[in-house]
Ligand binder design. Structure first.
Ligand SMILES: Cc1ncc(C[n+]2csc(CCOP(=O)(O)OP(=O)(O)O)c2C)c(N)n1
Ligand SMILES: [Mg+2]
Length: 579
């Protein structure tokens, strides 16, 4: 059948770029108008029923919202803005997308002055004499940089950028538009032709090689103590259901990486929580004694592997099977005896089919193993969850979150000690319940991540947890929450310090004054509550969940617990800093 052309009348490129986004099913564009990109935003005004422009107060927040939208939907999150500010301010979410494989596109510009390229530059990023070079700058932090210098290329580059952001291992793709690319029109008979965007959207991922899957299934069934390590790739592939089905069918305990936390309910009888440097002792013990390790969608960072401590993971005594969409990632940190290249969700379904009903008693035995490790090492049962100290111990705050939030809640984490403590102590009750940066650990992630997650899941409570440092970096996100009616809850671990820095290298240059974050929030039109007594937290959380207004709960927390207290001895003994 013949493929029709995209347009039947002459149209401005700026409108066609907006139309491409709508045709790709992209529902949001995040950012701030600037330079030539204002023209695209003008084009978007014609597609408001399909694509919502979310103007943020700083590009960094737009970049994280876009990254999270991409990570949760598998459709590219879009950041729009002027070249220099998308590069500088928008780096946070872009880098995260680059390192943790979220589909994302950057609609940005050369900020070029037509006819005056070779005069003294004002912001100009063309790479010409005396200007800065956007192609090189974005080249180091994206999967691909596209450039469009004339109208037809503006449209085609947007289609190809969407395609490339989603293809294989997803990632961010930048499009640099010149003035001329967005100022002109495209005629229907233009050569080369433009075609509908649906032809540029990648098809569903193909199944993995059947032989490799069958071999992996046999190895799993032959193992006495197999375990699963699930990473962020399971989330990107939306493989939650398949992960649970495989764990149950094959009888495999499931640990996640820190990045993969939230891919498997930590209340499931096969769950071990997060493993590695800041993981649970139960997870590390169970993995350490495993004879087979199935790694799903994880690159296995040194923090995951406790600095490659062989008492945790060791290819000399454990059989590794690694599933990844990107060949570069498999057999990387450790050699894998069986590599399966494919989308994690597709491979999980294939593995479940290959194992069929052959699991027999394995599930019960695996649950017994997990139960024994939980009994021996403890599992989300710290007595400090009920501590009455004031200022509050972070564990008490986490305990209240666990007791109060419903299973379908989504918690996003920022950076710092609060994130490490959340990773270790917060127990997720359902898959999809936790989200943190996976490839980077930036302060200023939690609040925009919550905004992005709430737009994707408006029917679920979304709670950002951050420190007082991270809150100050991104508190303008609450203005966006008000302006765009995104009712998130923010819980601030207010310890008057860069806690992570203070506990790592002392108080010098790490202490803050005590600000009234709740008052700041109220001044923006949010609800704001200061919590100083432990008993006041649960009611504050319940009211926040019931409110239809963004709420900040500013909790005075103590510095009485340090990341060092929950660092696995496996990491301490193997850390290069000790050598
Ligand atoms: C944008 C950014 N700047 C600096 C850092 C380095 N860093 C990591 S944690 C941290 C302290 C965070 O303090 P706060 O947000 O108050 O959280 P706390 O550690 O006190 O829980 C710093 C400075 C970072 N990860 N990201
Ligand atoms: Mg702090």
């Amino acid at each position: 059948m013949a493929i029709e052309r995209m347009i039947s009348e002459e149209l401005p490129a700026r409108v066609l770029v907006a139309r491409v986004l709508a045709e790709a099913g992209i529902e949001y564009v995040f950012g701030i108008s600037g330079g030539h990109t204002g023209r695209i935003i003008g084009g978007l005004s014609q597609y408001q029923n399909q694509v919502r422009m979310v103007t943020v107060r700083e590009e960094s927040l737009g970049s994280v919202m876009a990254e999270v939208y991409g990570r949760l939907t598998r459709r590219p999150g879009v950041l729009i803005g002027q070249g220099p500010w998308v590069l500088g301010n928008g780096l946070l979410g872009t880098l995260e997308a680059h390192l943790s494989s979220s589909p994302m596109i950057l609609l940005t510009d050369f900020s070029d002055a037509p006819h005056f390229h070779l005069h003294a530059p004002y912001q100009q990023a063309s790479g010409d004499y005396g200007s800065w070079d956007a192609r090189r700058a974005f080249g180091g932090i994206t999967k691909q940089v596209m450039q469009a210098h004339e109208p037809l290329a503006a449209v085609q580059a947007t289609q190809l950028a969407i395609k490339h952001a989603m293809a294989g291992q997803p990632g961010p793709v930048a499009i640099l538009f010149s003035h001329d690319a967005l100022a002109g029109t495209v005629a229907p008979e233009a050569q080369p032709g433009l075609y509908p965007t649906r032809f540029y959207l990648p098809p569903a991922p193909p199944p993995a090689d059947a032989g490799a899957v069958a071999a992996a299934a046999e190895r799993i069934l032959a193992a006495a103590r197999p375990v699963v390590i699930a990473g962020n790739g399971v989330r990107i592939a939306q493989g939650y259901r398949g992960l649970q089905a495989l764990a149950e069918a094959a009888g495999m305990p499931v640990a996640t990486t820190a990045a993969g936390k939230g891919c498997f309910a930590e209340t499931h009888p096969l769950a071990l929580g997060v493993f590695g440097t800041f993981g649970t002792a139960a997870a590390n013990a169970c993995i350490g004694e495993a004879d087979l390790v199935l790694v799903l969608g994880s690159k296995l960072s040194p923090s995951d592997t406790a600095w490659a401590n062989p008492r945790l993971l060791d290819p000399g005594r454990q059989c590794f099977i690694q599933v990844d969409i990107e060949p570069k990632n498999a057999s990387w940190t450790f050699p894998a005896e069986q590599v399966v290249i494919g989308d994690a969700a597709a491979v999980l379904d294939q593995l479940v089919a290959a194992i069929g009903g052959r699991g027999g008693e394995r599930r019960r035995r695996a649950e017994d193993r997990v139960a024994a490790h939980r009994k021996a090492h403890g599992y989300f049962d710290a007595p400090q969850y009920a501590a009455d100290d004031a200022p509050l111990l972070p564990q008490r705050v986490i305990g209240e979150l666990m007791r109060t939030l419903p299973a379908e809640a989504i918690v996003t984490a920022d950076a710092g000690e609060n994130r490490i403590l959340m990773t270790h102590y917060y127990q997720t009750k359902a898959a999809g319940g936790f989200l943190q940066a996976a490839g980077t650990g930036p302060m200023g992630f939690g609040i925009p991540a919550a905004l992005g997650a709430k737009l994707v899941h408006p029917d679920r409570p979304v709670v950002a947890v951050c420190g007082d440092g991270g809150f100050a970096m991104t508190m303008n996100g609450l203005m966006t929450a008000i302006e765009h009616d995104i009712p998130i809850t923010v819980v601030v671990f207010n310890n008057n310090a860069l806690g992570w820095v203070l506990h790592g290298s002392g108080p010098f240059a790490a202490e803050f004054k005590d600000f009234d974050h709740a008052g700041i929030a109220r001044a923006m039109g949010c609800r704001g509550v200061r919590v100083e007594a432990p008993a006041a937290l649960a009611p504050a959380l319940k009211e926040a969940l019931a409110a239809r207004v963004p709420t900040v709960i500013d909790v005075r927390t103590s510095l009485g617990v340090s990341f060092a207290d929950i660092t696995s001895p496996l990491a301490s003994e193997a850390s290069p800093r000790r050598r």
